[in-house]
Design a protein. Structure first.
Ligand code: AMP
Ligand code: MG
Length: 344
């Protein structure tokens, strides 16, 4: 693919670029030129937050301001985790799950907006994206190899329908129109966190940066005149990239059936659930979505995983500025129309 081949060398080019600046500066040092402020440098941090690895990286000319910006992004990730984690009793999301089946629960504007965004993606994907998947999804434990039995699953699937989540924007409340509904924002919250992090960096004047939360990343600017490189993992060869994408000013999300799964009788049970069955979606192995912001690419990568190759590409080809790369059940690559039209 045209976007793919040139990418391998990019880091080398960057290294050379930085080394050249460093060489110029070390000469400058002899004349007491403040080199750090002359050419800037890359700053980065990685932390385990939201059940995944958060990576922040950007170019900055002022080390003190850069460290401050890194800390602000990491704090923001913790804040969002505390608000939206289904595993924390104290999160707003847990409060909804405990109370919204019985009546309206007050929630913050931020969570309300993400619930509305989720509903929008549900409508757009004909219910492939559905945060009430968790009505059944909560009975799986991928680490322990646990799944619901038939009776449990049949009952739980009755409580899956995004229309059960009723939002009252005026009152700032949410209620469930079915008592057994359970919601989880695992398919969209990391993208939201990445977008929030990027906003924080932008507000500080940073214009060359990348933030990744597991499989959800967003890039602003380029990498000192070259694109950034984002890899799409081979779903069946851990640590091997199936595709390398040179990217600038883009969000990119990958959903894969290799992230959290167990196998039973030759069947793979993984964390992306088809809302119509409460069982894992099995047509494809991974979906990568490219688009302008990570909240949407995150939600769409999960959605297209459920929709499969045909319906998934039909949806993506109907959306302006959104591209997809799908690896199907036989390991074959499928590209959305705009990617196929890129000049080599
Ligand atoms: P991702 O890796 O972004 O595809 O997100 C997977 C996560 O999305 C899972 O761990 C669940 O928390 C959540 N999820 C699974 N199936 C669905 C679905 N059909 N709609 C919305 N969220 C889902
Ligand atoms: Mg996703």
């Amino acid at each position: 693919m045209p976007r793919v081949n040139i990418s391998v060398k990019l880091d080398g080019v960057l290294e050379t670029d930085v080394k050249r600046w460093r060489a110029i500066c070390s000469i400058g040092l002899a004349f007491a030129i403040p080199c750090e402020s002359l050419y800037g440098e890359w700053f980065s941090d990685s932390q385990p937050i939201m059940g995944t690895n958060i990576h922040v990286e950007f170019w900055h000319e002022d080390p003190a301001a850069a460290r401050d910006a890194l800390a602000a992004v990491i704090d923001e990730m913790h804040r969002i985790d505390e608000l939206m984690s289904p595993f924390r009793e104290s999160s707003e999301l847990s409060a909804i799950n405990r109370g919204a089946g019985a009546g309206p629960v007050a929630v913050s504007a931020e969570l309300l907006a993400l619930l509305e965004r989720s509903a929008e993606v549900s409508r757009m994907t004909d219910g492939a994206f559905d945060i009430t998947y968790a009505s059944a999804g909560r009975f799986y434990d991928y680490r322990k190899g646990v799944r619901p039995d038939e009776a449990q699953l049949t009952a739980a699937v009755q409580a899956i329908d995004y229309r059960y989540v009723q939002i009252d924007r005026e009152a700032g409340t949410v209620r469930f129109a079915h008592p057994e509904v359970y919601v989880d924002l695992g398919g969209i919250a990391k993208g939201h966190a990445v977008d929030r992090g990027i906003e924080l960096l932008r507000a500080r004047g940073i214009d060359q940066a990348m933030i990744a939360a597991g499989g959800d990343s967003r890039i602003i600017g380029d990498r000192r005149g070259q694109p950034w490189t984002v890899g799409v993992q081979d779903p069946r060869k851990s640590g091997t990239m199936a595709v390398l994408l040179p990217l600038e000013d883009t969000a990119v999300s990958t959903s894969g059936d290799y992230e959290r799964f167990f196998e039973r009788d030759g069947v793979r049970y993984h964390h992306i659930i088809d809302p119509s069955t409460g069982d894992s979606a099995r047509e494809v192995r991974s979906v990568t979505i490219l688009g302008p912001e990570a909240t949407l690419t995150d939600a769409l990568s999960t959605s297209v995983f459920v929709l499969g190759v045909r319906a998934g590409l039909t949806l993506i080809d109907s959306l302006d500025g959104i591209d997809a790369i799908i690896i199907d059940g036989d390991g074959r690559l499928h590209y959305s129309r705009d990617l196929l039209q890129v000049e080599p």
